[in-house]
Design a protein around this ligand. Structure first.
Ligand code: MG
Length: 388
């Protein structure tokens, strides 16, 4: 029985993780979780899993209210509460399904407390990849990717070693606006952006998919996860989202992983690897009815943030955190209807332009870069949004 801590439990990946745990009740049990502001989800999980002994919510007032309802449980709150949960030694694996930079610290603290982490939070590596890899080296712990692309690469690497790899190929559906021109991108709405053609995901990441920022983040994640140079990471457009990514070996043989676009598959693999468990899926891939698959070069003129991610990743230091911080602010402003779609990239470029490069020595360097970037980006939006 593997004991899990699940952070971001009420989000899209969190709920799908719960689904996997319910499919294998004799293999996994959730012993604690974090749900942010969704206290209804907390009640639901406490009913579902008698194994739960402690959990964390965002607000102190919610924690106090729930403590009256659940006097037997340990109820924590805020960022410090999450850190306290992951530092405990009562579990085997942290599943980090938090969204945004908030996911970094729990990953970092869990590794330092000698826990393996199944990671869906991509900002952890985009911002602090060097710090995370140092922590993994110091502790001998493992990081298991949940992102479908990195799970595909990980699966395609089984039985081989990174020394034999020439390139990693990350596939990209292109998001909601893959066929639109720059002119058309000026007027797109939040609703249009949230209608992803293939994947059902949370709002923030669906917008990141539409700008290709998400794909850029995945390039940076791949660099840290697999220890590969940016020049050997390739992105290929593949609108069907059937091939989830691939590994090209030194002999030019390419191993790809295929499957229906269903996040529960990479989630389950992160919990069971290198074993494979049965998985109940309504529409598994049928090769006979699949038809044609398409591949193309990404257009970084229309979607410059993919190129920006490569450039930022190569420069390293604190710039990943700067890129991410500006994106979090601009993404949220677009979702709130405060800025047009193309002002997301404009804000990010302006913030990167103004940033001061600094090497990352400690998590504090990272928090500083994140705070500076978010405040600069917000200021930029406040000053310039009226002209749009
Ligand atoms: Mg992905």
């Amino acid at each position: 029985m593997k004991k899990l801590v699940l952070l971001g439990a009420s989000g899209s990946i969190g709920r799908q993780t719960v689904d996997i745990v319910l499919q294998h009740p004799d293999q996994f049990e959730i012993i604690s979780f974090g749900v942010g502001k969704n206290i209804q989800a907390a009640r639901e999980y406490l009913k579902l899993f008698p194994s739960i002994t402690s959990f964390c919510v965002q607000k102190e007032s919610d924690a106090k209210m729930l403590q009256n309802e659940y006097p037997e449980h340990e109820i924590l709150y805020g960022d410090e509460g999450m850190v306290e949960l992951v530092r405990k030694d009562n579990y085997d694996l942290l599943v980090n399904a938090l969204v945004g930079f908030a996911g970094f610290r729990p990953t970092y603290e869990a590794i330092h407390a000698h826990h393996d982490v199944a990671l869906a939070n991509k900002e952890t590596l985009v911002c602090g990849g060097s710090l995370i890899n140092r922590a993994l080296q110091e502790t001998g712990c493992h990081l298991y990717p949940i992102d479908s692309e990195h799970s595909a690469i990980w699966q395609a690497l089984q039985g081989n070693s990174m020394e034999q790899v020439r390139n990693l190929w990350i596939t990209c559906s292109g998001g909601s606006f893959r066929s639109l021109s720059r002119q058309q991108l000026k007027d797109v709405t939040v609703e249009q952006a949230l209608a992803h053609p293939n994947w059902s995901m949370g709002d923030k990441i669906t917008i990141d998919s539409a700008t290709l920022m998400n794909k850029g983040f995945e390039v940076m994640e791949a660099h840290w996860l697999f220890g590969i140079d940016y020049d050997h990471i390739k992105v290929v457009m593949h609108p069907e989202s059937v091939i989830h990514s691939a590994v090209e070996y030194v002999d030019h043989s390419i191993m790809a992983q295929m499957g229906a676009p269903d996040m529960r598959l990479p989630i389950q693999y992160a919990l069971t690897a290198p074993d494979r468990y049965p998985f109940q899926q309504d529409h598994p891939l049928d090769l006979c009815t699949l038809g044609t698959l398409h591949f193309d070069t990404p257009d970084t003129e229309r979607f410059p943030l993919l190129r920006v991610a490569f450039e930022t990743g190569k420069k390293g230091g604190n710039l990943g955190a700067v890129l991410n911080g500006a994106n979090e602010v601009a993404n949220a402003a677009f979702r709130k209807g405060e800025i047009p779609f193309l002002m997301i990239e404009e804000t990010i470029l302006a913030t990167l332009d103004a940033a001061q490069f600094k090497e990352l020595e400690t998590p504090e360097d990272l928090y500083e870069a994140d705070a500076w970037s978010k405040s600069f980006a917000q200021e930029y939006i406040n000053t310039n949004k009226e002209n749009k």
